[in-house]
Design a protein around this ligand. Structure first.
Ligand code: OAD
Length: 249
């Protein structure tokens, strides 16, 4: 089938009563200017995850870790949601049963107005107390921080970024909400390399529960051979084309 025919067949499944779950990764924000992690120009080409995105790295050198997060916060603060975020935000308001599980920490889905965003890997815009004097994380949009690491107002210890690092558990509520969202009719996997678990396992589980699964990604990934439909293309273009088909019919 041609891409056009594939898009039309997927659009038929996105009927008004359909229960839709979208799983997103860094590729969704690529057109906004946010670097991805893997592939050409990816962050993990120049930076080593074990030196920047683990609790051990933070314990060893909190300033270096914070410099990297502070740089990313400054970069993302200058970025705007793109057409992919916009279409998903429209769908989140249009479909009664819609969930978006994102591995992205940039907050662009929320800034586009998407409802029911489940942040699987936390947020660049939240912080928490490294010493745990307060439970949970909270919003702090200071850009840039005047001092690194920033300090906790309550105990004076270091704050840490409100993201999930390698070796850490996905927040219980996010895992539970994501698992609930897998009881859906259509599960779209958009802009993720599908190599980081447990996020990469969500699409398989949705399919096991009976969802029609479709991937949107310009490159083949480990998920491409498992989904019912692999749409080779950029999220901002494919989602725009889908939305145009949906609003024409
Ligand atoms: P990756 O950088 O691993 O993958 C980005 C994917 O986006 C690749 O498969 C690209 O082909 C695809 N891509 C690039 N441009 C695109 C576009 N315009 N439209 C659609 N797709 C595009 O990012 P993630 O899969 O999100 O975790 O990475 C998963 C996790 O690994 C991240 O959350 C982060 C990282 O290490 C932590 O830091 C814990």
């Amino acid at each position: 089938m041609t891409l056009d025919a594939d898009l039309r067949s997927l659009a038929r499944r996105l009927s008004p009563g359909a229960r839709i779950t979208v799983l997103t990764g860094a590729g969704v924000s690529a057109a906004s200017g946010v670097p991805t992690f893997r592939g050409p120009g990816g962050l993990w080409k120049d930076f080593r995850p074990e030196e920047l995105a683990t609790p051990e790295a933070f314990a060893h050198d909190p300033r270096t870790v914070w410099e990297w997060y502070d740089w990313r916060r400054q970069l993302v603060a200058r970025c705007r949601p793109n057409r992919a975020h916009e279409v998903l935000a429209l769908w989140s308001r249009r479909y009664e049963s819609f969930a978006l599980v994102t591995q992205n920490v940039d907050g662009l889905h929320e800034r586009a107005g998407t409802q029911n965003v489940i942040r699987f890997h936390g947020s660049l815009w939240e912080v928490s107390c490294w010493d745990g004097c307060r439970t949970g994380s909270w919003l702090d949009e200071t850009v840039p921080f005047p001092r690194l690491p920033p300090l906790c107002d309550s105990c004076g210890g270091d704050l840490r970024p409100g993201v999930v690092w390698f070796g850490e558990a996905i927040p219980t509520w996010a895992l539970a909400a994501a698992e609930r969202s897998l009881d859906c009719d259509v599960c779209l996997i958009v802009g993720t390399s599908s190599v980081v678990y447990p996020a990469a396992g969500l699409a398989t589980e949705a399919r096991r529960r009976g969802a029609f699964t479709a991937e949107i990604n310009p490159e083949a990934t480990p998920a491409s051979g498992e989904v019912e439909l692999a749409l080779p293309g950029k999220a901002e273009e494919i989602l725009d084309r889908l939305e145009r088909i949906l609003t024409r019919s």
